[in-house]
Structures are given as structure tokens and as C-alpha cells.
Ligand binder design. Structure first.
Ligand code: ATP
Ligand code: MG
Length: 458
């Protein structure tokens, strides 16, 4: 059980899970599902062979706004795997010469450390809360000195100081736990953050040396205590957090984070098509081929220094994506092509897809707006015809102006709902708002017909 975080979904279960959020794009879902399951399978293979099995890196090809990033993002969530997204094109920009391609591995390591740390924090949380309660009790009812002894030293004499103190503490503890004391104020010593100066020193690339500067400085500078006065409920939170920090073994966290990055990390490289094709972009940019050459060792597997230790990149899963309007995957340097053996094409979304995207995913846009307005006590209702009409308009504008895929639905809905969102709750208190095909037309038709206007608004 080296990697508890990787849950063992079967490929079809993975596709089912992705279906909850992404409409269509079955081929792409299948490809990522296989890639993810293969990593799990690899973990089960005997060690000697395991090292030989390489991840099935994938290139997702498709126009903008059809779900490429969304698929990768949901996949990472599902796998509970460390995940970051980078734009390949940013490495061609001038300013990035110093900030090399390896930085993505460091970012992934940072992500993983935070992830493991918050999991560990959750595990020790209740223990930390207990400790915090004890600390607050100490403030409210300082314990009596040990020398007095807690036992009933004079027989029958139960009334000694220690016993009373204990009893009062028990009583107070109940009050603390019940929340009765929440609004009372206490003063306590909090660890003040000694992060002064760190931000200034941060960007100079000390990371690159594999040095955890913050930790070094943190150890040199004495931890300052600062008196703070807050409500008891706030103090419980602060002290519990501090106690949790003490309970967590950061070294173990970092080690586990590195393991996770190596065995289950996923890096999504967006806009890979922008670095395909040789030659330079305009101006003094780094050559595109140069970026590909920099990417190569990382994708092929190399050791990268991070402040938590060395990360081997051999088994990180890379999912690249791009529209490939101008260039083709075959314009990538051959070595890189070889490292991305799986290519899947995502389809343009149709009007029917839009209807489904509006309503079916668990985070569907209409559900989001419904939830938003429900907080004001307003019920938003879209008739099926209205939804069809929105989808139709989205397709039309995508065709006429520019195809931005499902993102078009966002712009259309904000325009459509603008008035309602503004008028609630002042003008439409406690009501049902029904949106029909007619009201959609009324609101949007004139904008759609006017191409110049729709360029700006929709
Ligand atoms: N097939 C789909 N099903 C459900 N929602 C989708 C689908 N495609 C896109 N969306 C929604 O549209 C938005 C944009 O999608 P996404 O970020 O995946 O685009 P993309 O394909 O990565 O585009 P780009 O090439 O511009 O990066 C997201 O909010 C996503 O929820
Ligand atoms: Mg994207």
C-alpha cells in the first residue's frame, strides 16, 4: 500500500465519473481512463518490471472550450492526485528564460505538500482540538501546583485545593464544549508568523538549488510569541491550528508528497501546439523548439531538485493539449512525439450538447444560477424551450463570431440573467421567475442579430 491516495477506479468507472461533469468526448475520456488505470496496474507489477513501464502520455486535440482542461482537472480530482496546469507557450516568453521548464515539477511538489499536509491536519484535528481546550482551560482556571498533589491525602478530606480545581476544570470544560463560552474573551500567547523578509528573498530561485530557505530562516529566527486577545471560539481555532502543526511530522509529509508526485502526479501542459513547429516566434522569444528540448528530459524522466528533495519525473503522467489549427502533432520534435503516444481528438460541441451542458453536469450552469438565486428565496425556472433557445443562440454566435465552445454559454447566460440578478431581491421579492423561449428571444435576439454588438456582449 505505497500509495493510498490513488483510488482504484476501473476504466469504466472513471468514464462514469467524468460523465457527471463532461458531456460527450467519449474518446478522450476513455484515453485518460486507461492512462489512469495503467498507473494503478503498474503499481501492482513486480518491482523490476514496474520501473520499465512508462506512463501513456496523451495529447488532447480539439478546439477551444470543448472540455480538454476540464477532463484533465476532473481526472486529477478523481485520482486524488497532485495536479497542475501549465501553458507551454509561457516558456517561450522572454521573462521565462530564467524560470525554466523544471519549475513545473517544483510547483507540483508544492501542491503535493499542501495536499498531504491538509490531509494530515484533518487526521489530527480532533486531537489538536482537545489539546487546545486544555490550553484554554489552563488560561481560565490555572491548574494548581503539582506539589499539592491530586490525591485525597487526608483521608475523607476531599475538599482540598487540587480536587476543587479539578472539579472546576471539569465543569468549565463542559461549558467550553457546549459553546456557552464562545463569545467570552481570552488573552493567550500565539506564535507570530516570522515570515518577514521571506517574500523578498523568494523569487531569486533558491528553489532551484533545492534549498528550503523559509525553513532555514524559520529555524534561525526564534519563534516569537505574541499576546493576542480574542473570543474563546476564535482562540480555540488558532490554538488548535498551532497544536495540529506540532502534531504533524513535516518531514514525513514531504516524503509522502514526493512519493505521490513521482507515482501519481499529473501535469497538464496546455497550448502545446504553440510550441510545435521549429523556428522562433516573433521578437526575442525563446525558440519553440528550444522549449520542446527543455520539456523533453522532464517528460522522458529526469531528476529535478525541489526544496523537498529530488523528484524523479519518469512516471508523472503528462497530458498535453492544443487546438493544432496551424501546426500538427507531427510538427513536434520526434523525441517528444514518441513520449506522447496517445492522441485523441475532441469534437466541437453541437446545439444538443449545449442543452445537456446547461442542465446535466453536477455543476451545470443552470444549477449554479438556481442555487445563487435560491439564497435570496427566488426560484428560477427555465422551460425546456428556453433551454433549447439558449443552446441555439450559443451555436449561432459561435458560428458567426468565433467558436469558443461551451464558454459561450457563460457569456450568454450572464447577459440573459443580468436584469434578474440585479433586481433580486429588491424588485422581485420571494417569487418564481420563469424563463421561456419567448423571454430569451426578447432579451437576446437584437444582440445576436447585430454582429458588432454580439462581438462585445456575447
Ligand atoms: N463537454 C463539456 N461538457 C461540459 N462542460 C464543458 C464541456 N466542454 C467545456 N465545458 C465547459 O466549458 C468551460 C471551458 O472548458 P475547458 O476549460 O475544458 O476548455 P478547453 O477545451 O480546455 O479550451 P482551451 O483550448 O481554450 O483551453 C468549462 O467551464 C467547462 O465546464
Ligand atoms: Mg484549456
Amino acid at each position: 500500500m505505497k500509495n493510498k491516495s490513488m483510488r482504484a477506479f476501473t476504466p469504466s468507472q472513471i468514464v462514469n465519473e467524468l460523465d457527471k461533469y463532461i458531456i460527450g468526448q467519449t474518446e478522450a475520456k476513455r484515453a485518460v481512463a486507461i492512462a489512469l488505470r495503467n498507473r494503478w496496474r503498474r503499481q501492482q507489477v513486480p518491482a523490476e518490471l514496474r520501473e520499465e513501464i512508462l506512463p501513456n502520455n496523451i495529447i488532447l486535440i480539439g478546439p477551444t472550450g470543448v472540455g480538454k482542461t476540464e477532463i484533465a482537472r476532473r481526472l486529477a480530482k478523481l485520482a486524488e492526485a497532485p495536479f497542475i496546469k501549465v501553458e507551454a507557450s509561457k516558456f517561450t516568453e522572454v521573462g521565462y528564460v530564467g524560470r525554466d521548464v523544471e519549475s513545473m515539477i517544483r510547483d507540483l511538489a508544492d501542491y503535493a505538500v499542501n495536499m498531504v499536509k491538509s490531509e494530515k491536519t484533518a487526521q489530527v484535528q480532533s486531537h489538536a482540538e482537545e489539546l487546545a481546550d486544555e490550553k484554554i482551560l489552563d488560561l481560565l482556571i490555572p491548574p494548581v501546583k503539582k506539589s499539592v498533589g491530586l490525591t485525597e491525602n487526608n483521608e475523607g478530606e476531599v475538599n482540598n485545593e487540587a480536587f476543587q480545581n479539578q472539579k472546576t476544570r471539569e465543569w468549565m470544560k463542559q461549558k467550553l464544549k457546549s459553546g456557552e463560552m464562545n463569545d467570552k474573551m481570552v488573552e493567550f500567547d500565539a506564535n507570530s508568523q516570522n515570515s518577514i523578509g521571506m517574500q523578498v528573498l523568494g523569487p531569486f530561485g533558491l528553489d532551484d538549488l533545492g534549498i528550503n530557505f523559509q525553513e532555514i530562516m524559520g529555524n534561525i529566527m526564534p519563534k516569537k510569541k505574541k499576546k493576542r486577545k480574542t473570543t474563546i471560539s476564535e482562540a480555540r481555532k488558532i490554538i488548535a491550528q498551532e497544536e495540529a502543526q506540532k502534531l504533524i511530522d513535516m518531514e514525513a509529509v514531504q516524503k509522502e508528497a514526493i512519493d505521490r508526485v513521482q507515482d501519481s502526479g499529473i501535469i497538464f501542459i496546455d497550448e502545446i501546439d504553440k510550441v510545435a513547429g521549429g523556428g522562433k516566434g516573433q521578437g526575442p522569444d525563446v525558440s519553440r523548439e528550444g522549449v520542446q528540448r527543455d520539456l523533453l528530459p522532464i517528460v522522458e524522466g529526469s531528476n529535478v531538485n525541489t526544496k523537498y528533495g529530488v523528484v524523479k519525473t519518469d512516471h508523472i503522467l503528462f497530458i498535453a493539449s492544443g487546438a493544432f489549427h496551424v501546426s500538427k502533432p507531427s510538427d513536434l520534435i520526434p523525441e517528444l512525439q514518441g513520449r506522447f503516444p496517445i492522441r485523441v481528438e475532441l469534437k466541437s460541441l453541437t446545439q444538443e450538447d449545449f442543452v445537456k451542458i446547461l442542465t446535466m453536469p453536477e455543476n451545470a450552469l443552470l444549477k449554479q444560477y438556481n442555487a445563487l438565486l435560491e439564497t435570496e428565496g427566488v426560484k428560477l425556472e427555465f422551460t425546456p424551450d428556453a433551454i433549447k433557445e439558449i443552446a441555439r443562440i450559443a451555436s449561432e454566435v459561435n458560428e458567426q463570431v468565433e467558436n469558443i465552445g461551451a464558454r459561450r454559454l457563460h457569456t450568454i447566460l450572464t447577459t440573459l440573467l443580468d436584469e434578474i440578478l440585479f433586481d433580486v431581491p429588491d424588485k422581485i421579492p420571494n417569487e418564481k421567475v420563469k424563463i421561456t423561449a419567448k423571454s430569451v428571444k426578447q432579451k437576446l435576439d437584437s444582440i445576436v442579430k447585430n454582429r458588432d454588438l454580439s462581438k462585445f456582449i456575447l
